[in-house]
Write a protein that binds this ligand. Structure first.
Ligand code: GTP
Ligand code: MG
Length: 246
């Protein structure tokens, strides 16, 4: 497969799309017939705060950040039904994948999407007013149904955050992998090579890993500066984990 064919992008079908039964519509808009792209990966994820925080790291500190996290983890749409809090994550692959899916998704703001790009997916989104206990409007949330990676760099970061190499068929993997040779455990934001009470085994010898994750883990373990933090690497291994440390 040539390099153009290997271009990948991350798509998240967010909780508002699930709640409004729009999954079929969204997938039909993104289908190979419409987009010329192929599925390379898919998983249903109960998003924890750590994953949501890593995913939207660029927006930390912005006024809409807390509401954005509550939206992605499903709390906003399913406050009383934790088991319904899900996101469906996809990797799409093919020439121009990033730009094509961003165009089908449309502008970030659903009102702008309806005005400027009728027929796009986000034209079916909603702007939700956020109110304090007294009913005063204190902000807004943009429920825009899907996430789509915005650049090649972001796509790589996001795909590696949500997917392990083995979630993607070998011939469709776009980034270098390596076979891990150590045990790596995670507990309370710390990395260790041996099991401690409450720790979760992230990786065992023989596991296929993104090469960049393994490089980061080695640096983090040695206490050296790393291009990403331990949560960035650990988040995908804790997807759908039930244990305390998540
Ligand atoms: P994603 O595909 O979800 O990343 O959206 P985007 O790339 O089109 O936009 P961006 O990454 O800038 O914002 C991420 C998410 O934050 C959006 O999907 C919105 O839900 C929310 N958001 C972005 N900008 C604003 C804003 O100005 N106000 C509010 N309330 N929410 C925003
Ligand atoms: Mg974005």
């Amino acid at each position: 497969m040539n390099k153009k064919e290997l271009e990948q992008t991350l798509v998240l079908i967010k909780p508002d799309a699930l709640k409004n039964s729009l999954i079929g519509y969204v997938l039909s808009q993104l289908s190979e017939v419409h987009s010329g792209l192929r599925f390379a990966g898919a998983k249903i994820v109960q998003v924890n705060r750590m994953l949501a925080d890593q995913h939207y790291a660029e927006h930390r500190g912005k006024v809409f950040f807390p509401a954005l996290i509550d939206y992605l983890i499903g709390l906003a749409h399913y406050p009383n039904d934790p088991w319904k809090r899900r996101v469906i994550a996809f990797v799409f692959q093919g020439p121009g994948a990033i730009v094509k899916i961003r165009a089908i998704a449309g502008p970030t703001n659903p009102d702008e999407a309806r005005e400027k790009s009728p027929g796009c997916i986000r034209a079916l989104g909603t702007i939700v007013q956020l109110k304090d206990a007294s009913g005063n409007v204190i902000g807004e949330r943009m429920d825009n149904l899907i996430h789509a990676s915005s650049t090649k760099t972001e796509a790589e970061r996001e795909i590696k955050l949500w997917f392990k190499p083995n979630d993607i068929p070998p011939l469709m993997r776009a980034y270098p992998t390596e076979v891990n040779k150590e045990y790596y455990y995670f507990n309370d934001k710390k990395l260790s090579l041996s099991h401690e009470p409450g720790s979760v085994c992230l990786l065992a010898p023989g596991d296929y890993v993104w090469k960049s994750d393994l490089e980061a883990l080695r640096l983090i373990y040695k206490g050296r500066p790393s291009p990403c933090n331990i949560e960035t690497v650990a988040a995908k291994y804790l997807i759908n984990e039930e244990r305390e440390t998540v």
